[in-house]
Design a protein around this ligand. Structure first.
Ligand code: ZN
Length: 636
């Protein structure tokens, strides 16, 4: 018998069928995780957690499969593949990199250990997030009329329970923030603050304490990095990212911290003076900061969030958002029909100028007990061209805004509107892609630290008069936002921007050092204290257990990656500066942004896309200018 020589694998016979199979499981599990995040129930949670180890095991084994790894290597080296498109070459390069990062080159015994770590980590991440949600849900306080002074009517209406006495406040963001920003009752603020910042810690129910989970997660991540020969988890985490090294990231953060610090110090000094003189708060406590800040802002700029909110009813905001998108990118957005998981969910489709379907999306805007906190975009279906034809993308947009109360439409704060534009920016990155290969279409394959570019970029439009005057209508009078109020909002935009920037830098430095430094006896909390001593200008009380609900890095994908927000903000601010130069709704600039950033997805490195759009490397100047931190301000 002749010795059979295996032919080199081809894209069509090897990569495409593998993608088919992975897409099937990815989409099925994607729906389950989506429901786990937005419609939590004991039954679903049980089913989800029962399946999670199997799904994790599948991806882990796939990522370590020696046979597949070798096939990719053969494909990459085969003569036929040398003429493949740049996009397909990048997909194969990424696959080879991910195999190495997933442990494919490890000897058999270490592979088993690597997989066991993956499995344990997946369960710990899920548990971490459930503990935060359970601890959040478990607490509420019912107060009588003597304790509600200062809280706006809309928030009181939301806190009113049918047929019951009193007002009920919880740790869910809208309810919690209403108390923290507005309640005159200082003890009520203190109570809620303490409950919130000690969630999932040793001060609560032992079953929900995330402290041991944090230690174990860090230990496992270190071991995983060591197995692959990296000096730290941070080094391992940065391999597929845009940033080169932990040192580069820390230097970037240090530089921003140095520039922001004088502004943050000024912010705090002014807040303390104001609190002492006008609010008679001798010592500014952590539970006074949001309250005093709101009062100072209202005094200095003579408007409140509540006043502004009346101009942002949901339907007008959505129409305004769609108008911006339609103008810039030449598409049309219209409501459409699809089965939904909750009556509050809406469904839309995006079509191009010729009427062809570009993509579809779900919008689930309101907070509820069964939804995890925050706002996020997720992919339901990715764009892909197969023999069967073109598969168009579908996105989920999830927020936690206040639902409609008292027969009025839902009213959004300007912050909510920013959040909506932010998430929609992610959505557009996913929906407006023109890449035909699933692995790098939309946000797939985009470096973590560049993925916030389109989202943060779109927030800028919420600060443009040209946009806002068409995106506002007073819920009672029907008037659009008065120019004078807009000017005040603009003046207030950089209110405490130094403080806000230092806070983000504090979290980013904490996250990076936590994952970059060797194991010591020092706990995560002690490291955070040390970082705060160097970076922060406001120190919280000793019982604050922020790490215990820092889900971004202990339950999400931001481990050694939280800096991405600031990193991408430099990119997004600098990108937006082109629109400031050309005109904010300039369709030509929009076309360029769509062509060079949104539509290319992960088909080329983000640094290359940025240069193609801007004609040069990113500069930090636009971000500093947008944040009010320019030489004209204070000289450090
Ligand atoms: Zn985002």
């Amino acid at each position: 018998m002749a010795h059979a020589v295996a032919a080199a694998p081809t894209w069509e016979a090897f990569v495409a069928p593998l993608e088919d199979a992975n897409e099937r499981i990815g989409r099925a599990w994607g729906q389950a995780s989506h429901l786990h995040a937005v419609l939590d129930s004991p039954e679903l949670r049980e089913a989800y957690n029962a399946s999670l180890p199997k799904v994790t095991q599948y991806w882990t084994e796939l990522g370590q499969n020696q046979g597949l790894f070798e096939k990719y290597q053969e494909l990459a080296a085969s003569p036929g593949f040398q003429s493949a498109s740049k996009t397909r070459k990048r997909i194969v390069e990424n696959a080879l990199r991910d195999f190495r990062l997933g442990g494919a080159e490890l000897p058999a015994d270490k592979k088993v250990r690597f997989a066991a770590i993956d499995d344990e980590l997946a369960r710990l991440h899920s548990r971490f997030s459930e503990n935060v949600l359970d601890a959040t849900k478990a607490y509420s306080i019912v107060v009588d009329a003597t304790r509600i002074a200062g809280i706006p009517e809309d928030d009181l209406a939301a806190a009113r329970k049918d047929g019951e006495d009193g007002w009920k406040f919880t740790l869910h963001a809208p309810s919690y923030l209403a108390v923290m920003q507005y309640a005159d009752d200082r003890a009520l603020r203190e109570t809620l603050y303490r409950e919130s910042v000690t969630r999932a810690s040793e001060f609560g129910k032992p079953d929900w304490d995330n402290t041991p989970l944090i230690a174990r997660i860090l230990e496992l991540r270190r071991e995983q990095a060591a197995l692959l020969g990296y000096p730290s988890y941070a080094e391992y985490s940065l391999v597929p990212k845009m940033a080169d090294s932990p040192a580069q990231v820390l230097a970037f953060l240090d530089d921003l911290a140095r520039r922001a610090r004088p502004y943050a110090e000024k912010d705090v000094a002014q807040l303390k003076d104001f609190s002492r003189e006008e609010l008679h708060l001798e010592k500014l406590e952590a539970w006074d900061v949001a309250y005093a800040s709101e009062k100072l802002r209202a005094k200095r700029y003579a408007f409140s969030d509540t006043e502004v909110k009346q101009y942002f009813p949901e339907d007008v905001v959505l129409q305004g958002l769609f108008r911006v998108v339609e103008t810039l990118y030449g598409v049309r957005i219209a409501p459409a029909q699809a089965p939904v998981w909750h009556p509050d969910v809406r469904f839309y489709e995006v079509r191009d100028a010729a009427g062809a379907l570009v993509g579809q999306f779900y919008v689930d805007l309101y907070a509820r007990d069964t939804k995890r906190a925050g706002a996020w975009m997720d992919s339901a279906i990715g764009r892909r061209r197969t023999r069967a034809g073109l598969q168009t993308p579908v996105a989920y947009l999830n927020c936690n805004f206040s639902p409609p109360v008292g027969g009025k439409p839902a009213l959004f704060t300007h912050d909510d509107v920013l959040t909506l534009f932010h998430e929609f920016g992610h959505g557009l990155h996913h929906l407006l892609t023109r890449v035909d290969e699933l692995a790098v279409s939309g946000i797939s394959g985009v470096e973590w630290d560049a993925v916030e570019l389109p989202s943060q970029f779109h927030e800028n439009f919420c600060w443009e008069w040209e946009v806002l005057r068409h995106m506002t209508r007073h819920v009672e009078t029907g008037e659009s936002l008065p120019r004078a109020l807009f000017e005040k909002m603009l003046a207030a935009k950089n209110f405490q921007s130094g403080l806000a920037m230092l806070r983000q830098i504090e979290f980013s430095v904490f996250d990076m050092r936590l994952h970059a430094e060797p194991a010591t006896a020092r706990s995560a909390l002690e490291l955070l204290d040390e970082v705060r001593a160097r970076v922060a200008v406001l120190r919280p009380p000793a019982y604050n257990r922020f790490p215990n609900n820092f889900s971004h890095i202990f339950a999400g994908g931001y481990a050694a990656g939280y800096y991405s927000y600031k990193w991408a903000e430099v990119l997004s601010a600098d990108a937006y500066a082109l629109f400031e130069e050309r005109g904010v709704l300039d369709p030509e600039a929009g076309k360029l942004f769509r062509n060079e950033i949104l539509s290319v997805g992960g088909s080329r490195p983000a640094a290359e896309s940025f240069r193609a759009f801007r004609g040069r490397d990113p500069s930090v100047e636009a971000l500093l200018r947008h944040s009010g931190m320019t030489a004209a301000g204070i000289s450090p």
